[in-house]
Design a protein around this ligand. Structure first.
Ligand SMILES: [Zn+2]
Length: 599
């Protein structure tokens, strides 16, 4: 018997408020209007900004026009990307993506001069313009836009670096992609020799068979190790290329460009990472509990994601909707009401369909239009969490619709402030409602494993990456040296609680962030721990915390993270602030201990 709603049948979004379909003539009309207006905009403003011909109010008018134009330009490609995500095999969708992307690039190119001139302005020229009251809402945007100015070289040098980038870092990134993409993994599964893709073999880490999990990760890593000559060379060159870049651009340290991009002071990141490292014993405590749940003496690192319960109760979508809304309602009425809009007004596409994009996302293109959510709902408790997570993003976007377009998107480290919060609100609600010990164990393990993977593991990854960049300054690193650095950071995290399988020394070879998005991993730890600390404040302060929290979400991307949080009375430069986040983890750990002990 199939229960209706287990695959969220019929839960499709309604995109007609954007366009009626891929053939809607308004798409072409908008693309053409954007092109035309961009040309007119360039005619009026090109050369006027850098040369200081505009006063404050005139510059504010130019920025407002620029926002209106950007919105017009985003709308067709935003629609195309949603239409495509919902139906990737649809030829019209593919063509529409292509068409809107080309048109949008053309329009964007005509507008590039504007940002460049704003960056080119000297600080002394800009200061008097900022005094105009009309400019007040653009201060932060200009600060963000101009933050790399002191590290930008002359036009000629930038051009040369850009061109040479193709055969330096870009070339190694490309080689890494092609090599990892070409790897196939031979593994015997159920007595049958199979050739697996990376996604398939990594998924086996969640398999109930312990031996299979260990063979899967060993095969995965040893296959990478067979290419250690190339992978070591790629990693070394990526490190060296960045070192040279930092020297040319006068950065005191190799991590500074990432901190600048994240609008976070280096000391703040260091304080956060040290707080995580001080709390590594919490992760170790979890691993010991999990070993007991699995009936093992000690975990191997291939057991970290092993399933603990065989039975899973499936929940139809309408019930998930109801559970989420009552969980959110328990936290705050407005939170629940904003989430309800997504269900009632068809802003969510949750149905499982062939050809739909995998994963889940919440997307928005302008504060003048509501956001949309896409996911594939399969009825598991993981899926309910995903819906709650994306609704958190949706609520965040909805609240920041009071901002201007240029202040709409929250900075990276604040981007998960509502989504992770929403997940915890949901889990606490479910724990309060669920009597079954098995279900409570599964809920708690799911949550704690997510926190381990985001807070603890990502910090250990970042430490390794920082170490590797430092060591590379003294010369080329051999594969052995990189493996040693990797194991050293992993050992700090696991201590005696986890036995690492021998092949794990090659763990660094498959983390593509190290190649593509340097030092990105810490922003996962930062964002999650920040949200946990906010949640602890809520537990401590109750109702009085909520209005300030909602205002933080309303601020979107209008302020530096540090300033936005200061208005909640939070100082992220105080190490004690970060400790609050761990109290949430300690609380869930204590809950888990209680259910393990009664098992
Ligand atoms: Zn998210």
């Amino acid at each position: 018997m199939t229960i209706s709603g287990l695959k969220a049948e019929g839960i499709q979004w309604n995109l007609s408020e954007l366009y009626t379909g891929p053939d809607d003539p308004r798409i072409e009309a908008d693309l053409a209007a954007a092109r035309r207006q961009a040309a007119a905009f360039a005619q009026v403003y090109r050369g006027k900004i850098a040369s200081g011909q505009l006063d404050g109010p005139a510059l504010a008018r130019a920025l407002a026009e620029y926002e209106a134009l950007s919105e017009l330009e985003y709308r067709p490609s935003f629609y195309a990307s949603l239409f495509f995500a919902a139906d990737t095999q649809n030829q019209k969708a593919q063509q529409l993506i292509q068409r809107t992307r080309e048109a949008s690039t053309e329009t964007a190119n005509r507008l590039v001069f504007f940002a460049l001139e704003l960056i080119a302005l000297e600080a002394a020229q800009l200061a008097p313009l900022l005094v105009a009251p009309e400019m007040a809402e653009y201060h932060h945007y200009l600060e963000v836009l101009r933050r790399f100015k002191p590290h930008t070289l002359g036009e000629k040098e930038e051009q040369i670096l850009n061109q040479k980038h193709l055969t330096s870092a870009s070339a190694f990134e490309q080689l890494y992609e092609e090599l990892s993409g070409s790897l196939r993994f031979k593994l015997t599964v159920d007595g049958e020799e199979r050739e697996l893709s990376d996604g398939e073999i990594i998924a086996l880490l969640h398999h109930p068979d312990r031996d299979l999990r260990e063979r899967a990760l060993t095969t995965f890593l040893e296959t990478h190790a067979n290419h250690s000559l190339v992978l070591t060379s790629i990693f070394n060159n990526i490190l060296l290329d960045h070192k040279i870049d930092c020297e040319l651009r006068h950065y005191d340290d190799v991590v500074i460009p990432t901190h600048l991009a994240n609008e976070i002071a280096p000391e703040t990141v260091e304080a956060m990472m040290q707080a995580v490292e001080r709390h590594y014993p919490l992760a170790q405590e979890y691993f010991q509990l999990k070993a007991r749940l699995l009936g093992l003496e000690k975990l191997k690192n291939t057991d970290l994601y092993a399933p603990i319960e065989a039975e899973v109760e499936e929940i139809p979508f309408p019930q998930a909707q109801q559970v989420i809304l009552s969980a959110f309602g328990r936290f705050n009425e407005q939170f629940a009401a904003l989430a309800a809009d997504f269900f009632n007004r068809r802003w969510i596409d949750a149905e499982v369909r062939a050809g739909k994009r995998g994963g889940a996302f919440c997307a928005a293109f302008s504060p003048r239009h509501h956001p949309y959510i896409l996911c594939s709902y399969n009825g598991t408790s993981r899926d309910i969490s995903t819906v709650a997570h994306e609704l958190g993003h949706g609520i965040h976007y909805s609240l920041s619709r009071c901002q201007k377009l240029l202040n709409y998107d929250a900075p990276l480290v604040l981007a998960e402030t509502a989504s992770v919060f929403a997940e915890i609100v949901l889990t606490r609600h479910l724990l309060a409602e669920t009597k079954s010990l098995a279900a409570r164990r599964a809920l708690l393990c799911g949550l704690l494993e997510e926190m381990y993977g985001t807070v603890f593991r990502q910090t250990a990854l970042t430490r390794f990456e920082m170490e590797a960049h430092q060591k590379r300054k003294d010369g080329k690193l051999g594969a052995d040296e990189i493996c040693r650095l990797w194991l050293q950071e992993q050992e700090k995290l696991f201590k005696a609680s986890v036995e690492m399988i021998p092949a794990y020394k090659w763990g660094w070879t498959y983390i593509s962030h190290f190649i593509h998005s340097r030092f990105y991993c810490y922003s996962y730890s930062f964002g999650e721990l920040l949200t946990l600390a906010l949640f602890q404040r809520y537990l401590d302060e109750g109702e009085t915390f909520v209005p300030g929290y909602m205002r933080l979400l309303e601020r979107g991307g209008s302020q530096r993270p540090e300033h936005a949080l200061a208005q909640l009375g939070i100082d992220i430069n105080q190490p004690e602030f970060w400790d609050q986040g761990f109290r949430v983890i300690e609380g869930f750990l204590a809950d888990l201990k209680a259910v393990v002990d009664t098992a």
